[in-house]
Design a binder for this molecule. Structure first.
Ligand code: URP
Ligand code: ZN
Length: 458
């Protein structure tokens, strides 16, 4: 009757920490009970000395992300493998309308097929329209019918053809209010950033140390302010991606206090790195948008995680390798944006957050797993340990210490922003829908074994 029994572990959910065994039948959790309360099982996993967490959910990452005539070195398969080793069992990737001749439903179906063929973990999709036209707004209903009730729009990257204008931002918010969707924004003020970039380039200030200066805090804060105001006026639902500044956090807190339905995430790199890295010889590798910020911002963001104003820590993983990062030879305006980090999300937050008493273990589970599942319509199938939920479980070793090096990572990126950091809190076993897919550094999942997750937001 029991296919898999995870014995002798300490279960950690968003709500509680308690010793328990977990019985699994098929791909679902059958029961959670005291140690020793279940009989024999076809397969047992001994979790003694380990924490047992719900599989992590990452609602923001980029796999095989295009840049010029290439895609990021980390493709769909390699990123999903890296995710599995890092304890992430559910991803929500983006169906980006790179080809403006294709409709949003076509883009969704194409991206779904591409990921389904390769991923080893489960996945959903956000739609990312790039056209400021009425059909973008009208695509909300057909996208929801394909299980995609969340959109992400770029408020920047005009020259790359990814930005949508304010009319579409506003229109999507109006449409999503009535159709039970949530709009995610990459909030940066395009005009200020473009203007400053032009000035720096004209003055020959192209090295990475100028990168954070071209996108100062106001660039994020103004765009966040605008998106919040639109959401307030429409009464809709907003999710702010990769929030990085104390100014934007302040605006978020005010909006939440006023009762607006506005949620936000930050990412590990905004919590453990600062803009000082841009002065390094390899500073161009750290170019990501928004840029890394000051220590003051870092401390404010941890406070925002602890007090509940920031709901999620996503990876925003985007795996460009060193050669790709060197495109433009350090010129910040030519360097592909984005940092790899899907595999290091858990140990970074455990070490820097839990072990430094900034957040509790339960809060860590909430921001790395449960909240993303709740917000994006996957709860309680994902992000929870209770009867009926998918048996997505990870065993986390809170004691094992590793010094991070790129060679340990299991994706296809030849560097890590966290090289040399000494961390604890690694996922040593990963279980997806009742099947052990990672154990003792071995991958036991086949390419394409991850499932598409159609979602609904109530
Ligand atoms: O710098 C970031 N966040 N890069 C991720 C990929 C993108 O273009 O949004
Ligand atoms: Zn991103």
């Amino acid at each position: 009757m029991i296919d898999l029994l995870v014995r002798n572990g300490v279960v950690v959910t968003a709500q509680a920490t308690f010793p328990a065994d977990i019985a699994v039948r098929g791909d679902k959790i059958l029961a959670v009970g005291a140690w020793g309360s279940f009989g024999d099982a076809a397969l047992e996993v001994d979790a003694q000395g380990k924490f047992v967490l719900p599989g992590l959910v990452d609602p923001h990452l980029h796999m095989a992300h295009p840049f010029k005539d290439q895609v990021s070195d980390d493709g769909v398969y390699s990123t999903s493998v890296s995710a599995a080793f890092g304890g992430t069992t559910t991803l929500i990737d983006f169906a980006i309308q790179w080809d403006k001749n294709k409709t949003i439903p076509e883009i969704i179906q194409q991206r779904r097929a591409q990921i389904e063929a390769e991923t080893v973990v489960d996945f959903g999709l956000h739609a990312t329209p790039t056209k400021s036209t009425v059909d973008t707004i009208q695509s909300v209903v057909p996208a929801a019918e394909l299980g995609v009730p969340s959109y992400k729009v770029y408020m920047i990257y005009r020259s790359q053809g990814r930005m949508v204008d304010d009319a579409v931002l506003y229109g999507l918010l109006e449409e999503m209010k009535h159709k039970h969707g949530r709009l995610m924004v990459h909030a940066e003020n395009a005009s200020i950033a473009e203007f400053k970039q032009q000035l720096f380039l004209e003055e020959g200030h192209t090295s990475s140390e100028y990168f954070p200066l071209f996108k100062p805090n106001i660039v994020e804060a103004e765009a966040v302010n605008r998106a919040i105001y639109f959401t307030h006026i429409t009464g809709s639902r907003l999710y702010i991606a990769h929030l990085s500044t104390r100014e934007a956090l302040h605006l978020l807190k005010n909006a939440q206090s006023a009762g607006d339905d506005i949620l936000a995430e930050t990412c590990p790199h905004y919590l453990v790195l600062t803009d000082q890295v841009y002065r390094r010889r390899d500073g161009h590798n750290f170019i990501c948008s928004p840029p890394l910020r000051s220590q003051e911002d870092v401390e404010a963001l941890w406070q925002g995680i602890a007090d509940g104003s920031l709901a999620v820590i996503s990876s925003d993983h985007c795996g460009f390798g060193l050669q790709q990062k060197n495109y433009g030879q350090g010129n910040f305006s030519l360097t592909p944006n984005g940092l790899p980090g899907i595999e290091t999300r858990l140990p970074l937050i455990y070490t820097e957050g839990v072990l430094k008493n900034r957040i509790s273990l339960n809060r860590m589970v909430e921001v790395l797993s449960t909240n993303a599942a709740r917000i994006f319509g996957l709860y309680p199938q994902k992000g929870e340990i209770q009867p009926g939920s998918d048996a997505d479980l990870i065993l986390m070793d809170g004691e094992q210490t590793r010094q991070i090096t790129a060679r340990q990572m299991h994706g296809n990126v030849d560097w890590t922003p966290y090289e040399g950091m000494v961390l604890k809190g690694f996922a040593v076993t990963t279980i997806l829908r009742g099947k052990v897919i990672i154990q003792d550094e071995n991958l036991m999942a086949e390419k394409g074994s991850g499932k598409y997750l159609p979602r609904k937001i109530e």
